[in-house]
Design a binder for this molecule. Structure first.
Ligand SMILES: Nc1ncnc2c1ncn2[C@@H]1O[C@H](COP(=O)(O)OP(=O)(O)OP(=O)(O)O)[C@@H](O)[C@H]1O
Ligand SMILES: [Mg+2]
Length: 368
């Protein structure tokens, strides 16, 4: 989507947060589904709320938009407390998963709907609608009915309809979920480019970790109504702070063990050296996580922690090969190796091969 009609505004990360949640809580019939959320989203930020089905993402968005009253806590938009402000008076717009287009109106009618209700004069309205359609590359579809559009095109109509109101914040609830994989990837890139172009704060809900990592400035991981971790994509992937975060984003080799003299003993014969961990004492049970792509088979350097192992399974995945490597009875690691240009089939390890696994100590993440 090459957007040319809207002047790009610089991202403003400093100053007043665009959206702030303070102790935001929702209780449905005695069950707390959103539990004291505290969050600050910066102006112009692409911020994703990531979590499994039922963890409270939509409920959180609905409270920010004003469609649902919090049981406790408050919502601030641009520094102003809007907790008691009706939805249409909040400077936010929502794009729902089901685009909810008006089927009896054509594309132009859909996009101009919000502005027409504000009583804008005809010429200005026409110009703004045309600008928006150009922005989302639907200039030639203005007179089509939504039923004649593809999923991706409908998606873009829904976006244009929300963006035309120039909200401070756009709330997007799994907007790409209905699209097939190829279109979804294309729309991810387009949506990200569009967000940069218009400089509006995006609060994006998804349960797709890949989508969250590739699109966001920051990601908040939500589980059971609670924020588990919030940080840049690299933060949450490389340095997860909870067992849930480590398991939910990507794959991790998660092992439980006992903290002892600067190591975590995960099997009688396996003590994994670990960085000092705040709050853990000798004898405490902790978890360690190592990402599969951080582990090397062969070509080790001196600073790596190394362990003998036996290949249990080898699976070819095209771009990568995945190994299961037993390092103790009942304990195996997953190792992901890139299939590099010079690699041949005979270079791969086979089940039964004795190997040495190794990784840099800083890639051991200790979790409690
Ligand atoms: N109106 C309601 N009345 C009672 N319970 C509700 C209501 N809306 C949501 N819930 C419950 O609150 C919890 C969180 O729902 P929510 O829709 O926020 O989840 P979600 O994270 O958006 O999930 P998904 O990824 O499946 O969309 C769920 O257990 C759901 O059943
Ligand atoms: Mg939802």
């Amino acid at each position: 989507m090459t957007a040319t009609t809207t002047a790009s505004k610089p991202l403003s990360r400093a100053g007043t947060p665009s959206v702030s949640l303070r102790g935001l809580t929702k209780v449905f019939g005695g069950t707390t589904v959103v539990d004291h959320l505290d969050l600050d989203v910066a102006g112009g930020e692409f911020f994703s709320l990531l979590g499994p089905s039922g963890c409270g993402k939509t409920t959180t968005l609905r409270m920010i938009a004003g469609f649902s009253d919090p049981t406790d806590g408050s919502v601030l938009v641009g520094g102003e407390d809007v907790t008691s402000t009706p939805p249409h008076k909040r400077d936010v717009n929502t794009v729902f998963q089901s685009y909810a287009l008006f089927e009896h109106l054509d594309v132009r009618g859909n996009v101009g709907f919000g502005l027409r209700r504000k009583g804008l004069d005809r010429r200005t309205l026409d110009r703004r609608v045309s600008e928006m359609l150009e922005l989302v590359e639907l200039a030639d579809k203005g007179r089509e009915k939504p039923s004649r559009l593809s999923g991706g095109q409908r998606q873009r109509v829904a976006l244009a309809r929300a963006l035309i109101n120039e909200p401070k914040v756009l709330l997007l609830d799994e907007p790409l979920a209905a699209l097939d994989l190829q279109l979804r990837h294309a729309m991810q890139a387009e949506l990200k480019a569009l967000q940069r172009e218009v400089g509006i704060t995006f609060l994006f809900v998804t349960h797709d970790q890949d989508e969250a990592l590739s699109m966001s400035d920051r990601v908040a991981i939500m589980n059971n109504g609670v924020l588990e971790q919030c940080g840049t994509p690299e933060d949450v992937y490389e340095r997860p702070t909870s067992v849930f975060a480590a398991g939910f984003i990507g794959t991790s080799n998660l092992m439980s063990g006992v903290w002892s003299h600067g190591s975590v003993v995960v099997a009688p014969s396996v003590a994994i050296p670990a960085p000092a961990h705040h709050g853990s004492a000798e004898g405490d049970t902790v978890s360690v996580a190592v990402r599969p792509e951080k582990i090397w088979l062969g070509d080790h350097t001196d600073e790596m922690f190394r362990l003998p192992g036996t290949i249990e399974a080898t699976t070819y995945h095209g771009a990568t090969t995945r190994y299961r490597v037993a390092i103790a009875p009942g304990l195996a690691l997953t190792v992901l190796e890139q299939n590099l240009p010079r690699m041949r089939a005979e270079d791969r390890w086979d089940p039964g091969d004795r190997v040495e696994v190794g990784w840099l100590p800083e890639h051991t993440v200790v979790l409690t």
